[in-house]
Every structure is written in structure tokens, then in C-alpha cells.
Design a protein around this ligand. Structure first.
Ligand SMILES: Nc1ncnc2c1ncn2[C@@H]1O[C@H](COP(=O)(O)OP(=O)(O)OP(=O)(O)O)[C@@H](O)[C@H]1O
Ligand SMILES: [Mg+2]
Length: 256
């Protein structure tokens, strides 16, 4: 990946806490993402990975106590979740709840209208969705099911990837940590990311994961290790391999 690609996201010395909590969970988190780059973030349970994802999407459950988030050149600290989505930031599992009465296709239509201001007809949307489902190896009946109702883990992943493909974000934040991915779901995510990147090489991804296997297939440009709310090491796949061999202990001691 060329280092001359334009900067998309620059997080500087971010400190953030849960609104309900007392102490900062993110404690000096800094990261720069350029167009088209894939950054993997690995870290022990409780190190602040999901907090990071939620904070980047301005979840009301978290508050930034200091530091800056610059996206496409603008400080977005005061920008709402809806507006961030509109500007092209996508959070996987944004809507994990079941929404009864709303089909996958209807939901996509609303999200697309909010994101891009275009109102596709259901027929146009269905055709576009069919195209992606084919590429992602999905059953075409899927789009008429009610959102997340009785979806298996793998189906939720497929839906997440389809949303990412169709909403055409500029920055996707995928938190794969808590979802108990089995081997098939892992493949779906990896294949999905490859397909979407092939279609839109300028897409940048922050991929939060515990699975070296996922990284083997996705081949991130950078691997970062997050401990106690900040990045303590940055490198390539060799970092993920080191983690696989010796765990997080050796990284914990690198924290100053
Ligand atoms: N809303 C909240 N209220 C109180 N504490 C919270 C809240 N969200 C996160 N925390 C705490 O912040 C710490 C970091 O949580 P977070 O979910 O970000 O970790 P994580 O790195 O995603 O972990 P995992 O690998 O288990 O997914 C944990 O100790 C957690 O209990
Ligand atoms: Mg998490």
C-alpha cells in the first residue's frame, strides 16, 4: 500500500470513558488510516477494542474526555452517529437488534437513503442486492427475511458484509470480537472483505479481531496491538504470529 494515499482518519491521543463509568477506557489511543488501508487491531479482552469502535461511531454510551478524531480533514468530535454514517463511516453490527416487520431489503433501502440520499425502488435495490448476494455466496431468499430475526451467527455476518458492500462506506469498522465466529463465519467475513475491496479498492477498514486466521486470509496492511486503551505495538503479520505464540504478556510489559 502506498504511503502517499490521502489520509482518511487520524485519531490523536484519544481518551474516552463509558458514560456510566468513572475511568477512561481508551487512554491515549492514536491511529492514522489512509485510503485503501486495512488496519487490524488485536488486544486482550477488556483492552478497549469495542469501546474504540463505539467511540468512533459516537455511541451515546461513551464520551470522549480528551483527544481528537479527524476524518476527511474535519474534526468530527461533535458529529452525531447519523451524520458520521452519512459521511461514510460504517460500523459492523450497527443494528444487532431484531427489527420485526422490517425485511433485510427494506432496511437496506432506508440505510441507503440516509447514507447517500438516493431512493432506489425496491426492484432496483433487489437487483443490486442479488448481485452482491451472488458474489458473497448467499441464498437470494435471504433479503426478504426480517432483519436479524432468528439469524444464525453466520447469517448475521453475511448481512453485515452485504450492508458494507451496498452502503459503500469510505471507512468500515468491523468488530469481530464478540460474535463467536465459527470457521464458516470467519470465511464469510474474509471472503466478503476481499470481494468488497476488489470492487472498491479505496475502502479503508479497521478490523478488530482475536483471530490470526482471519488476518491470514484478509492480509491487513498493519497489525496493531491494543493494551489498556492504547496501541503498544504496530507491525505486520509477524505481530499476529508473535501473539499466537506468546500471548499478550510480552506486550503488556511494553507499556510505559
Ligand atoms: N458501557 C460501559 N460501562 C461500563 N464499563 C464499560 C462499558 N463499556 C466497556 N466497559 C469496560 O471497559 C473495558 C473495555 O471494554 P471493551 O468492551 O471495549 O473491551 P474489548 O477490548 O472489546 O474486549 P473483548 O475482547 O472482550 O471484546 C472493560 O473493562 C469493560 O467492562
Ligand atoms: Mg469487544
Amino acid at each position: 500500500m502506498s504511503t502517499t494515499a490521502p489520509e482518511l482518519l487520524r485519531v490523536h491521543e484519544l481518551h474516552a470513558k463509558a458514560v456510566e463509568g468513572d475511568n477512561d477506557i481508551l487512554r491515549g489511543f492514536s491511529l492514522t488510516v489512509r485510503e485503501g488501508e486495512v488496519h487490524a487491531i488485536m488486544g486482550p479482552n477488556g483492552s478497549g477494542k469495542s469501546t474504540l469502535a463505539n467511540t468512533l461511531l459516537a455511541s451515546p454510551a461513551y464520551e470522549v474526555t480528551s483527544g481528537t478524531v479527524v476524518y476527511k480533514g474535519d474534526d468530527i468530535s461533535d458529529v452525531s452517529t447519523t451524520e458520521r454514517a452519512k459521511r461514510g463511516i460504517f460500523l459492523g453490527f450497527q443494528y444487532p437488534q431484531e427489527i420485526s416487520g422490517v425485511s433485510v431489503l427494506q432496511f437496506l433501502r432506508q440505510a441507503l437513503s440516509a447514507r447517500k440520499g438516493i431512493d432506489l425502488s425496491i426492484l432496483e435495490l433487489r437487483l443490486a442486492a442479488m448481485d452482491w448476494m451472488k458474489r458473497l455466496g448467499m441464498d437470494s431468499k435471504f433479503v426478504d427475511r426480517h432483519l436479524n430475526q432468528g439469524f444464525s451467527g453466520g447469517e448475521k455476518k453475511r448481512n453485515e458484509i452485504m450492508q458494507m458492500a451496498m452502503l459503500e462506506p469510505d471507512l468500515a469498522i468491523l468488530d469481530e470480537t464478540d460474535s463467536g465466529l465459527d470457521i464458516d463465519a470467519l470465511r464469510i467475513v474474509a471472503k466478503g472483505i476481499r470481494e468488497v475491496r476488489a470492487a472498491r479498492p479505496q475502502l479503508s477498514i479497521v478490523l478488530i479481531t482475536h483471530y490470526q486466521r482471519l488476518l491470514d486470509e484478509v492480509k491487513p496492511d498493519f497489525v496493531h496491538v491494543l493494551v489498556d486503551g492504547r496501541i503498544v505495538a504496530t507491525g505486520g503479520m509477524e505481530l499476529a504470529e508473535r501473539l499466537e505464540k506468546s500471548g499478550y504478556d510480552s506486550f503488556r510489559s511494553e507499556r510505559v
